[in-house]
Design a protein around this ligand. Structure first.
Ligand code: OGA
Ligand code: NI
Length: 340
C-alpha cells in the first residue's frame, strides 16, 4: 500500500526511480490537446448516414488507430456517476483499500501501482490502478470493491453500457472491413476488463510518465478520460495530444484488431503524461478475446496477391509474450509475424 503514488506524492521531489531516460521522457516541450484525432458522431449511425460513419471510423482507425465518439448512447448521468465513483474510490482512506492492494500478477481484482510487475520495472510509472473483470457480471461483481457504497451498482451499469457501445463500434468496423456482421461478437470480444488509472499531481512532469509508450493488448479499448489532459498518441513519429471532450469516449484499436485486420487497422502507440496541478482519473474498458480464443488475420481479408501477416495464436499466448516483453509495442507481436 505504501508504494501507491497516492500514498506519498506530497513529498514534493520526484524519486530517482521515476525518472525516465532522456530519450523517452516527455521533456519540457508542451504538447497541447489537439483536434487532429477525429471526433465521430455515432448519432448518425442508425440512419442513412451509416455508411459515412463506417467510413469515418475506418479512416480514423487506419490513420491514427484512435478516434473519439459523441452521441454514443451512454447517458451523461451514468458517465458522471461512473467517473465520480472511481474518483471516490481513490479518495477512500487507506484502510478501506488495503485488502485490494496486491502485487500478485494473477489476482483478478486488484489495486496496484506502476505496472503489473513493480519489482521488474526499469522505471516506475506515476500512476495507481484498480483493475478487474466486468463480464460475466454475476460472476465477477462479487470480487469488486464494496466501497464506495454505490461502486458495484454504478460500475455494473456502466460496464454493460460500455460493452454494448464497444460491440456497436466493432460491428461498424466489421462492416467497414467487409467482414460478416457479428464477426467480433463472440469469443473475440468476450472478456471485458476495466482498468481505472489514477495519476496524482506530479512534482516534475517533464521527467516521468503516467504510462509509457504502449499499444493496448486488447481488441478494442474504450476510454473515459475525464476532463484533464494527459493522453498522447504517436502519429508519424510525432506525439499528438487527445483533447478531453465532454461526454465523449476515446476509442482505440488494440493489437488484436491489428492482427485480425491483417494490418489494415493500426494498433496505435500512446502514452500518458502527468501534470503538476490536478489529479487525473481515467477508466479504460478493454474488450479482449477469451484466453483460449484463436486470433488470426480474417481469411476473407487476405487478397489473392497477399499473404497473412501473422500466424494464428491463442490470446493467452499473446498475453504471455506481451507481459514478458514488458508491453514493448514492437516486440509484442514479433513471435506471431509471418515474414515473406
Ligand atoms: C491504458 C491507457 C490512457 C489514459 O490504460 O492503457 O492508455 O489516458 N490509458 O489513462
Ligand atoms: Ni493504453
Amino acid at each position: 500500500m505504501e508504494k501507491l503514488v497516492s500514498s506519498w506524492f506530497n513529498n514534493k521531489t520526484l524519486p530517482q526511480s521515476y525518472i525516465f531516460p532522456p530519450e523517452t521522457r516527455p521533456g519540457n516541450h508542451i504538447i497541447p490537446g489537439s483536434n487532429a484525432i477525429p471526433v465521430i458522431d455515432l448519432g448518425n449511425a442508425s440512419a442513412h448516414d451509416r455508411t459515412l460513419v463506417v467510413q469515418q471510423i475506418l479512416k480514423a482507425s487506419q490513420e491514427f488507430g484512435f478516434f473519439q465518439v459523441i452521441n454514443h448512447g451512454v447517458s451523461e448521468d451514468l458517465m458522471n456517476d461512473t467517473m465520480n465513483v472511481f474518483k471516490e474510490f481513490f479518495e477512500l482512506p487507506a484502510e478501506d483499500k488495503a485488502d485490494l492492494y496486491s502485487e500478485e500478477f494473477n489476482r483478478p481484482c486488484k489495486l496496484y501501482t506502476s505496472s503489473a510487475n513493480y519489482d521488474g520495472d526499469k522505471v516506475h510509472l506515476w500512476r495507481d490502478s484498480l483493475r478487474h473483470p466486468c463480464h460475466p457480471l454475476e460472476e465477477c461483481i462479487k470480487i469488486w470493491p464494496q466501497k464506495p457504497t454505490r461502486y458495484r451498482e454504478i460500475v455494473a451499469a456502466y460496464s454493460i453500457e460500455a460493452k454494448k457501445l464497444g460491440s456497436r463500434i466493432l460491428d461498424l468496423i466489421s462492416e467497414g472491413l467487409g467482414l460478416d456482421l457479428g464477426y467480433f461478437g463472440d469469443k473475440l470480444s468476450e472478456s471485458v476488463v476495466v482498468s481505472v488509472n489514477h495519476y496524482p499531481p506530479c512534482p516534475d512532469p517533464s521527467l516521468t510518465l503516467g504510462i509509457a509508450k504502449h499499444c493496448d493488448p486488447s481488441l478494442l479499448t474504450i476510454l473515459l478520460q475525464g476532463d484533464v489532459f494527459g493522453l498522447q498518441v504517436l502519429n508519424d513519429g510525432k506525439w499528438i495530444g487527445v483533447e478531453p471532450l465532454h461526454n465523449a469516449f476515446v476509442v482505440n484499436i488494440g493489437h488484436q484488431l491489428e492482427v485480425v485486420s491483417n494490418n489494415r487497422l493500426k494498433g496505435a502507440e500512446h502514452r500518458v503524461v502527468t501534470n503538476s496541478t490536478v489529479a487525473r482519473t481515467t477508466a479504460a474498458i478493454f474488450l479482449n478475446p477469451s484466453q483460449d480464443c484463436i486470433v488470426e488475420p480474417a481469411k476473407s481479408l487476405i487478397r489473392a496477391d497477399e499473404s497473412p501477416a501473422y500466424r494464428a495464436f491463442k490470446f493467452k499466448e499473446f498475453l504471455y509474450n506481451y507481459v514478458t516483453m514488458g508491453g514493448n509495442s514492437e516486440k509484442s507481436l514479433e513471435p506471431f509475424k509471418l515474414h515473406g
